[in-house]
Each structure stands twice: as C-alpha cells, then as structure tokens.
Design a protein around this ligand. Structure first.
Ligand SMILES: C[S@@+](CC[C@H](N)C(=O)[O-])C[C@H]1O[C@@H](n2cnc3c(N)ncnc32)[C@H](O)[C@@H]1O
Length: 293
C-alpha cells in the first residue's frame, strides 16, 4: 500500500495520497465547510429549460432556489463595449454582487460557479479577480481555486509596454485572464451522477493554468465571446451528465452551445435582443448539424 505523505516543516515530499488533515485542522481553515445534502433541490420545470431570457440577470425569477448545478460566465467588464454602461467601480461591483447573490440562490447545494474575469487598466491596474473573489466569499461562497487562462503565447502585436526600454514607467501586457471557481455550501456534490471527463482531460483540467486560444469576435458576431473549448472543459470537470448550466450573461450563447455539445441543459439571461437571436441561431445550427451528421 502507498504511504500517505504529510506536510513537513521544510517542504513536502511526493504529493500523491497527501494527508492534509493537519493543515485543515488549523485556525486558518476554521468554519469554511459543512456537508451539504441534496434535500431541497428543486428541478427547473422542463418548459423553462434550454432557453435564454431577454432580461437582466439581477433577478432570475424563472429559476427556483437550489436548481442549477453550474454557473459559467464572462460578465460585461464596464470598459466601453457597446453593451457596457459607464459605472464607477463601486457601482459595477454592486451590480456584480446582485448577480452573484441571485446565482447563489439558484445553485444547488454543492453547485459551482466558474467566473471568467480579466483585470483592467494600468494607471492603476484594477484587480477585478480580487474584487470578485471578495464579493463571492462575502456572500458565503467557498472558493475552490483560480484558473489562469492563457489566451496568447506572447504579447503579439501589443505595444502597450509603457515607457520603451526605460525604467521610467514600463507596464505589463497581460497574456491571461482568470476563471475563479466557487462552490455553494459544500465542496462535494451530494447525490452524485455520471461524470463525462476522460483521464487525460481530467489531468489537464485539474492544473491551474489552461492554455486555450481565444475566440474571434468577428467569426461569432459578438464583441467578446469566450471559446467553446473553455466552457466545455469547465462543464466536463464540474458537472454530471444531464445537469443544468446557467449563464447570466449569455452574449452569443457560447455556454448554451457547450451545454448542448456536452449533453447538459442550459438556461441564460441576456439583455440585448440581437445577441439573444444570435444565441438561438447558434443553437439551432448546432442541432441542424448534428441531425445531418
Ligand atoms: C462579455 S459578454 C458575454 C459573452 C459570452 N460569454 C459569449 O461567449 O458570447 C457580456 C454580455 O452580458 C450582457 N449583459 C450586460 N448586462 C446584462 C444584464 N444585466 N443581464 C444580462 N445580460 C447582460 C451583454 O449584452 C453582453 O452580451
């Protein structure tokens, strides 16, 4: 039998079978988890599933409490895209807090959030990842981890380096965004289900750095789509077959496409009617393609 390792005063040995009870017994970790049950889970009525609602996700009245397995989203960043308002940082964070609060309500116990976010600006650098992590944990959500999503191998054509070859004011060019991952009430999904992730994909998905190329805005017809591959990987890692996936900022419908392709149900919100139509077109193209395949 393989011996379990434990954390030592000077570094650690091999990590397989690691006994972390000493770490989780410390005051640092007190009070964070409790075991969830699937009592009180409310299925979404079938006629409300696989739909995108054209309204603000600040109130998701179609969705019962404790009904969604995973929320995956990329929110508006309030940076001047055609769908952005011009909000102060406090107003913006309050808006995100309302959506996260509604999400917490509709997640099943043990349900997950995968929140894609980029940090903004340089003067100053606005660490939205830190702000969102604080908002979510203040709402009682449990943080599971932070994925560094590398979108590009090098800075390519970007010349936003500040002062050229001078220590006067050089600035960093981000090649990455984040996916912040949280759970409601418990890290485990009580009740279980059938997982759909294979060995190699599991090994890759459980590292904290993911390299996935960005999606082309022009190809999709939306200013800021995320790639289907990113969402599919999150769905396979964090949900069971047949689970329901929510995107409160559905945009062009990438989350819906990924949900259909992975055998999950979806539900979403989007305020812009053109994007709602785009989303419906992408889904029906998918259905047509799979019927004719
Ligand atoms: C970053 S985009 C999402 C893109 C999406 N992940 C995709 O792949 O196409 C954010 C979207 O949120 C929508 N939006 C902005 N405020 C909203 C609100 N209060 N409720 C629902 N959707 C909203 C915008 O119209 C925009 O399409």
């Amino acid at each position: 039998m393989r011996r379990r390792t434990s954390t030592r005063s000077f570094g650690t040995g091999k990590r397989e079978g690691h006994d972390a009870s000493g770490f989780y017994g410390r005051k640092l970790c007190a009070g964070f988890t409790r075991d969830a049950t699937d009592d009180g889970v409310n299925p979404i009525p079938p006629h409300l599933l696989d739909r995108v609602y054209q309204r603000s996700s600040e109130h998701m009245k179609e969705l019962p409490d404790n009904s969604v397995a995973l929320m995956v989203t990329s929110p508006p960043y309030n940076v001047g895209k055609d769908y952005d308002l011009d909000l102060s940082l406090d107003e913006y964070l309050e808006f995100i807090r309302r959506v996260l609060g509604e999400t917490r309500r509709v997640l099943v116990p043990g349900g997950r959030i995968a929140f894609n976010v980029a940090n903004l600006g340089r003067k100053p650098y606005i660490p939205l990842n830190g702000h969102v992590a604080s908002l979510a944990t203040d709402l009682g959500l449990l943080m599971r981890g932070e994925i560094i999503w590398i979108k590009a191998k090098s800075a390519g054509g970007s010349c936003a380096w500040g002062s050229w070859m001078s220590a006067c004011n050089p600035t960093l060019r981000d090649l990455h965004e984040y996916v912040l991952v949280f759970s409601k009430e418990s890290f485990n999904r009580p009740g279980g289900g059938r997982s759909t992730i294979g060995r190699d994909d599991f090994m890759a998905a459980t590292t904290s750095v993911w390299e996935i190329p960005p999606e082309s805005a022009r190809r999709v017809g939306h200013p800021a789509p995320f790639p289907v591959a990113l969402v599919e990987r999150l769905i396979h890692l964090y949900t069971f077959d047949g689970d329901t996936v929510l995107d409160p900022f559905m945009g062009s419908g990438t989350t819906a496409v990924a949900a259909v392709r992975t055998g999950r149900r979806f539900v979403g919100y989007e305020i812009n009617s053109e994007y709602v139509s785009l989303c419906r077109r992408r889904i029906s193209n998918l259905e047509t393609t799979s019927l004719s395949a």
